[in-house]
Design a protein around this ligand. Structure first.
Ligand code: ATP
Ligand code: MG
Length: 421
């Protein structure tokens, strides 16, 4: 038996329905706010992520799927979506279009990570980017899009954590202060953090090891060190969200794993998954496009981990998506095939979910199969029905049945569908 690659997943039906339904909600909500889909390659030049995500990040140092192609070029399976959006923005001249650009993407990302619940080597992300607006209002809109999407799925227990990372100019000052405060306890930090000390000291704030967390919790928050410009910006974002009733929790030591963020950064956590498991991460990245050689265009965006999101979906949404009940059509003689498919065609166009029996089951076996499927009704086409131009319509909950002209069947089923609570 050939097995799937470690860390990848098969999303089987009916679970795959949840993925499709979640993505449909994203398209509806984001589309409603004027965001349009951008579909980008999964393969990119390695350099894009080294320069875009940052050389010292976990993603670039240890998580990328990088290989050389047949012509010796270094390619990488995309570990995240923002760098690709920035590349396309520059390469495809999106700056020439009337701005700002409102974009979203849905698709797989790849990171070589230790597998566990909610952590895979291929995982889905739903991401959104707003390019060409530097105002606090832009940040409010992006967080509104995020909040409305999660609300549409029925979430009411997710928490948006917000922090101010300051501007890149603030960072050396903050890092110097952080190191000064941590120096007495440097030897008590975990091995990873001692390595981060020189390579990427900000990431020490993000360490999940309890001992490191305790040490870090005593340090001065970055927001107390940032410039006035950054402070005013993020306070305006918080105020703008408050004014429209979107609750956020301030997280003074929140940092993100990607180098490009500045000022506004945020995460969404689920109490169901605990603090380690983040559903969504995002923030402002005003220098990314220019760092990649493009124009000075600011941006802000987020990426939602689809696997984790679906893992904690509210039961009502799950039930709504998974609880639909088909109608089965049982053609019992060869002459019944054409009327069966003709009925199926009419029912599909009325939005009635239908399954035609095509394996040659008898009436008894067909009804058993229908019950196993959770079907609400069966349309039986036997020799008598074919001769009379009728079908027997059987309600599988009540067990009642009646013979009706073929032409009435689709309407009868459409009505009983709407009659359900
Ligand atoms: P974590 O701290 O959990 O490693 P991250 O900071 O690396 O997350 P981001 O780069 O911000 O994650 O990606 C955005 C979202 O994508 C995460 O919040 C998470 O929901 C999801 N995600 C990231 N890595 C994985 C993975 N290996 N498997 C499944 N989902 C993931
Ligand atoms: Mg990670």
């Amino acid at each position: 038996m050939i097995r799937k690659v470690k860390g990848t997943r098969d999303i089987l039906p009916p679970e795959s329905r949840l993925w499709a339904a979640v993505e449909a909600e994203a398209r509806r909500v984001f589309g409603g706010l004027g965001y349009e889909e951008i579909r980008l390659p999964v393969l990119e030049p390695t350099e894009l992520f080294v320069r875009g995500v940052g050389e010292g990040t976990d993603i670039v140092t240890k998580e990328m799927y990088t290989f050389t192609d047949r012509k010796g070029r270094s390619l990488t399976l995309r570990p995240e979506g923002t760098a690709g959006v920035a590349r396309a923005f520059i390469e495809d001249g999106l700056a020439q279009r009337p701005g700002p650009q409102r974009l979203y993407y849905i698709g797989p990302m790849f990171r070589y990570e230790k597998m566990q619940r909610g952590r895979y080597r291929q995982f889905g992300q739903i991401g959104l980017e707003l390019l060409g607006a530097a105002t606090p209002q832009a940040d409010v809109e992006v967080l509104l899009a995020l909040h409305e999407f999660l609300a549409a799925l029925g979430f009411d227990d997710l928490v948006i954590l917000l922090n101010n990372l300051g501007d890149p100019e603030d960072r050396p000052r903050f890092i110097a202060r952080l190191k000064e405060e941590l120096a007495p306890q440097k030897e008590e930090l975990c091995g990873d953090c001692r390595r981060r000390w020189d390579a990427n000291p900000l990431r020490i704030l993000d360490c999940k090891v309890p001992a490191c967390r305790a040490i870090v919790s005593e340090t001065t928050p970055i927001a107390e060190v940032v410039s006035d410009g950054a402070r005013v910006h993020v306070e305006a974002v918080a105020g703008g969200l408050d004014a429209i009733g979107i609750p956020v929790k301030r997280a003074p030591r929140l940092v993100r794993g990607l180098d490009y963020y500045l000022r506004t950064v945020f995460e969404v956590v689920s109490p169901q998954l605990g603090e380690g498991a983040v559903i969504c991460g995002g923030g402002r990245y005003d220098r990314l496009i220019s760092d990649l050689g493009g124009p000075q265009v600011p941006g802000i965006g987020f990426a939602i981990g689809e696997d984790r999101l679906i893992d904690v979906l509210p039961p009502a949404f799950r039930d709504r998506v998974l609880g639909t009940r088909p109608v089965v059509i049982l053609p019992l003689v060869p002459e019944a095939a054409a009327p069966a498919f003709d009925l199926a065609r009419q029912m599909v166009s009325r939005g009635i979910e239908v399954r035609v029996e095509v394996t040659g089951r008898s009436l008894r076996a067909g009804l058993k199969w229908a019950t196993k499927l959770g079907a609400r009704a069966a349309v039986i086409l036997g020799p008598d029905e074919i001769a009379a131009g009728t079908a027997t319509l059987r309600d599988l909950d009540q067990g009642e049945q009646e013979q009706r002209p073929l032409a009435e069947i689709p309407d009868a089923l459409a009505q009983s569908k709407h009659a359900e609570p």
